[in-house]
Design a binder for this molecule. Structure first.
Ligand SMILES: Cc1cc2nc3c(=O)[nH]c(=O)nc-3n(C[C@H](O)[C@H](O)[C@H](O)COP(=O)(O)OP(=O)(O)OC[C@H]3O[C@@H](n4cnc5c(N)ncnc54)[C@H](O)[C@@H]3O)c2cc1C
Length: 438
């Protein structure tokens, strides 16, 4: 428990991926430079540090991605370049080495996703907590910061907690994450703190979030996962310039749910959909379930079924291309009964099947919101932060790192790498500042 009566060199708000990494890198950098270990207190709302990291990757923690720096940067769209110095300071190889040296070796899986060999997020969190204890960092759990003020005459920050404690520090790092998955403690407090200290906020919106869909038949397919689907957004008019600058279409696996659509292909464009839904009441998504077969090839295939495989059931032939349940649904939507054979396929039915396979339309009217979003898009404006240090350009004693920033990647380990890299850079920069202001 940190002593509130002493003045800390550094207070870190939030013991998530970014906050814990910052506490560690600040202590390690000071040690490496022969400085005294700074008095660091990390204040965490939850009963223990790293609770959100524990749920990452279904409890296995997809802690980074194997792509090179340019690839990682590209995942963050228009704002990605901001991350260059942070990634140069701690890239995915550096991160993996850091964990390996602390007994947490990692391995690569499909799509370049990196997991601990233990397949347990707890090994990632335990290694970080252990290192914080060694340094030592004072960890105050169940200690939610409620307000933050800066006193320019004393050059001190004052943090008041929900229980009325007041912490004082020379440097402050805001690393309280975004406002998604609110049950994990991330309720957007960082935006209020940053605003109170003079920063502007880009309106937060849910990202990596399932989408609600109007087509009633979708609920009949709930639980069905379809591999390798390309999803394209169709706005009702020319696509406006998007704040995110994220690419589309998105190709990956998708999933039907009782309310609509989920799975990586959908989740990864949900940020753009959320932005468009602020401008339009509905957005159409077009799904290509057979992206490796073009329209001409599909036409030839249907004609071949019709002539050479006429006695076979249409639904059985279709199920060679897509999952059974989806094949049956597409037959139903194209007025093809379960016993119809390929010889009886009409031109209109072939056309409708082709439309369903290559461009099924899903009408999206909402997202599942912050409660179910894995990350928050938007956040503290990047042009008010120095990317080389993570230092505020408004108050040089203030630092910000992690999801609280206006940076969002798709699923695949990018968001944790963002948190680790920016947290690490912030910690190192604070150690330098402490030295210069000793
Ligand atoms: C279900 C789920 C699965 C995910 N899986 C992955 C994955 O596998 N790979 C990946 O890269 N990303 C994943 N993410 C995203 C990833 O968890 C976040 O991007 C990342 O944790 C952000 O790190 P952070 O340190 O900025 O914030 P967080 O890790 O969210 O940490 C912020 C901390 O601040 C605390 N806090 C909040 N307000 C206060 C306050 N007022 N006072 C004190 N403390 C406060 C919170 O309790 C929290 O512990 C997943 C997210 C979810 C919800």
């Amino acid at each position: 428990m940190a002593d509130t009566t002493i003045t800390h060199d550094v207070i870190i708000l939030g013991a998530g991926a970014a906050g814990m990494m910052a506490a560690i890198s600040c202590g390690e950098e000071a040690l490496a430079r022969g400085q005294a270990i700074p008095r660091i207190a990390i204040l965490e709302k939850n009963p223990q540090p790293g609770i959100k990291v524990l749920v990452c990757g279904g409890g296995r923690c997809n802690l980074t991605n194997a792509g090179d720096i340019d690839f990682l940067i590209a995942q963050f769209g228009r704002n990605g370049r901001f991350l260059t110095p942070a990634l140069r300071t701690l890239d995915n190889t550096g991160l993996r080495n850091w964990f390996a040296q602390r007994g947490v070796p990692t391995h690569e899986e499909h799509d370049g996703k990196i997991y601990p060999d233990s397949n347990k997020a707890s090994s990632v969190v335990n290694a970080m907590v252990q290192r914080m204890r060694e340094l030592p960092v004072h960890i105050s759990a169940q200690c939610a910061a409620q307000s933050v003020t800066w006193n320019p005459s004393t050059n001190m920050f004052h943090v008041t907690t929900a229980t009325g404690q007041i912490f004082h520090s020379r440097f402050l790092l805001i690393a309280v994450g975004g406002q998604s998955y609110t049950r994990m403690g991330t309720t957007g407090d960082g935006y209020t703190f940053a605003q109170a200290l003079g920063h502007a906020i880009i309106t937060p919106r849910p990202a990596i979030v399932p989408l609600l869909c109007k087509q009633a038949w979708i609920s009949e397919l709930k639980g069905l996962a379809v591999e390798d689907v390309t999803i394209r957004i169709e706005a009702p008019g020319p696509l406006p310039r998007l704040a995110t600058g994220k690419p589309q279409p998105s190709t990956n696996d998708m999933m039907f749910t009782h309310f609509g659509l989920s799975g990586p292909a959908v989740l990864n464009i949900s940020e753009i959909v959320a932005e468009l839904l602020e401008k339009f009441p509905e957005i159409t998504l077009r799904a290509d379930f057979v992206r490796r077969i073009n329209h001409e090839e599909l036409g030839r295939l249907f004609r071949q079924w019709h002539t050479a495989e006429g006695r076979k059931l249409v639904r059985s032939k279709l199920a060679e291309l897509i999952p059974h349940r989806l094949a049956d649904m597409f037959c139903r939507l194209s007025d093809i009964d379960s016993q119809q054979v390929c010889a009886n396929l009409t031109g209109r039915q072939m056309q409708e099947l082709a439309e369903h396979l290559k461009a099924t339309a899903f009408t999206i009217y909402a997202t599942r919101g912050f409660k179910e979003a894995m990350v928050t898009a938007g956040g503290v404006r990047l042009d008010e932060i120095n990317p080389n240090t993570m230092q505020s350009r408004i108050n040089p004693r203030l630092f910000l790192a992690g999801e609280v920033l206006d940076l969002t990647g798709p699923s695949g380990g990018y968001n944790l790498q963002l948190a680790f890299s920016t947290g690490y850079l912030a910690g190192v920069s604070i150690a330098h500042q402490l030295h210069e202001n000793a």
